[in-house]
Write a protein that binds this ligand. Structure first.
Ligand code: XMP
Length: 525
């Protein structure tokens, strides 16, 4: 395991990505991690970049024990400065701030140099295009260090310790703009650290199943909510492979799911994937509580709270029922938390203000006192997809667009009624099936139909109509933090609009949303 210590750079998680892509397992922890309290023995350490300057009053610093471990260390950007600052070098603001591409020239090392010095930039050529982003730079080398590379404005673009396998890079090898950056990381983790490239999805599954079995033990039971989305399904499949029917998945029908969604998810998870699944049909309860409520945040709250009530009641029912059969208690709760959420919460600065938190399952009541199991907590979204594929989930599931917890309730602007739910369900079903037919589903990151809160005049046959309006939304995005509206071919839009107006009773107008995020959001409420 490679340990990555995070000083809060926006690129830190990319280091994790690259190292795992090389096939080496790594974990990122906050830079304030005490070495004595580590739960594993690292084979090497990487120090990330940071928005701070080492001289800032509140600048973050590593546990000094890091330097005493005798392990290979690679400092990137701030990581280099932290290393140099600790070992008596000098860091100063650059006369020429380096931001963007820079050409880095590895230094030709004399033949008499210690062999470890040549390893980091081995096989790299003479002009490397690397991404820089720093306002400080090393102005004086610490004792016992030597320059390994230079740029036009910096004599110390890469440095190495003369006796120990300790290196620093002023540039960011982890970003894709750095050509051959991955080669440097590869040289470090494979050659310098001697880590083995044996991290793969299938080894992950085996390791995770073993970990779960050991944690849960031979009798305890586990409960978890599934939605039919890729994360909760993959988590449920792993769980059920680990402990079979001692895992109880619960699918809550909240009455605001898409057309036939519950039936399809139930079929797929229970019959195809063999998950021990219970469907809790609480649609009447949800719709009853939503009646007369039109304020978006209130709707979200009602759904969130009702969800917890229904889920807990169902879990208690299962607990009692299985107790009658002589089974042990439910002690654990499965959650589909992914790595980006974990990174957010472990950052030494605390959760960043700019990142939106969503209202998902998670806020179970105190008295439930279940211990949490998160089999996906080390994975990024695309790794979860790869894992799903490997475990035999079909493409349709693996590539499903995200669907918000509050469901169609936030896509029916204003009050939610059963008839409005029917309208959105039908319109959305036509919309998505036409997108699939046109072969555009994978290109679009998320698409949905919403119901606008007003009627407008139309004409059908010889009759004046005064009916509802459907708003179509489709966006392209990689992280859902920013998004662009999707440029549909007109003929596809035309077909969708015709079908919706002709086939969905109560709709006489269709509009397409051409707003990007920001300033709009992806959902309308
Ligand atoms: P916004 O509307 O904030 O949505 O641009 C960004 C992404 O988050 C989804 N979303 C939610 N997902 N619970 C969820 O699980 C929620 O309460 C929620 N609200 C928004 C939205 O569908 C989009 O993918």
């Amino acid at each position: 395991t490679i340990l990555i210590l995070d000083f809060g750079s926006q690129y830190s998680h990319l280091i994790t990505r690259r190292v795992r892509e090389i096939g080496v397992y790594c974990e990122m922890l906050p830079c304030t991690q005490k070495i004595a309290e580590l739960s594993f023995k690292p084979t090497g350490i990487i120090l990330s970049g940071s928005p701070y300057s080492v001289y800032d009053k509140d600048a973050p610093h590593v546990d000094p024990a890091v330097w005493e471990l005798g392990l290979p260390i690679l400092g990137i950007c701030y990581g280099l400065q932290e290393m140099a600052w600790t070992m008596g070098g000098k860091v100063a603001p650059c006369a020429h701030r380096e931001y963007g591409h820079a050409t880095v020239h590895p230094v030709a090392l004399p033949a008499s140099s210690p062999t470890h010095l040549g390893k980091l930039l081995a096989g790299m050529g003479t002009d490397l295009t690397m991404w820089m982003s720093h306002g400080d730079q090393l102005s004086e080398l610490p004792k016992e260090f030597t320059a390994l590379a230079t740029t036009a404005t910096s004599p110390y673009s890469a440095i190495g310790h003369l006796k120990k396998p300790i290196y620093g890079l002023q540039f960011h090898p982890e970003v894709t703009h750095s050509k051959n950056g991955t080669q440097i990381l590869k040289n470090f983790v494979l050659d310098v650290c001697g880590a083995s490239a044996n991290w793969s999805m299938s080894s992950f599954i085996d390791k995770e199943i073993a970990r779960i079995r050991e944690m849960v033990g031979p009798t305890a039971q586990v409960v978890g909510a599934v939605s039919g989305g890729v994360d909760s399904t993959v988590a449920a499949v792993i769980m059920s492979k680990a402990i079979g029917d001692r895992f109880h998945a619960i699918l809550v029908d909240n009455g605001v799911m898409r057309l036939n969604e519950c039936k399809n998810v139930y079929e797929r998870l229970r019959n195809k994937l063999g998950i021990n699944l219970t469907l809790a049909d609480a649609s009447a309860t949800f719709l009853g509580k939503l009646a007369g409520v039109s304020e978006p945040e209130k709707k979200r709250k009602i759904i969130g709270n009702t969800f917890i009530d229904v889920f807990e009641a169902e879990a208690e029912r299962i607990d009692k029922e299985t107790a009658l059969k002589g089974q042990a208690k439910i002690e654990y709760l499965l959650q589909g938390t992914l790595y980006p959420d974990v990174i957010e919460s472990i950052s030494f600065k605390g959760p960043s203000a700019t990142i939106k938190t969503h209202h998902n399952v998670g806020g179970l009541k105190e008295d439930m006192k279940l211990k949490v199991i998160e089999p996906l907590r080390e994975l990024f979204k695309d790794e979860v997809r790869a894992l799903g594929k490997l475990m035999g989930l079909d493409d349709e599931l693996v590539w499903r667009h995200p669907f918000p917890g509050p469901g169609l309730a936030i896509r029916i602007l204003g009050e939610v009624t059963p008839d409005k739910v029917r309208i959105v369900q039908q319109a959305d079903d036509i919309y998505i099936s036409e997108i699939r037919k046109a072969g555009l589903y994978r290109q679009i990151s998320q698409a949905y139909a919403a119901l606008l809160p007003f009627n407008s005049v139309g004409v059908m046959g010889d009759q004046r109509t005064y009916e509802k309006t459907i708003c179509l939304r489709a966006v392209e995005t990689t992280d859902f933090m920013t998004a662009d509206w999707f440029q549909f071919p007109y003929d596809v839009l035309k077909r969708i609009s015709n079908r919706i107006i002709n086939e969905v009773r109560g709709v006489n107008r269709v509009m397409y949303d051409v707003s990007s995020k920001p300033p709009a959001t992806i959902e309308l409420e």
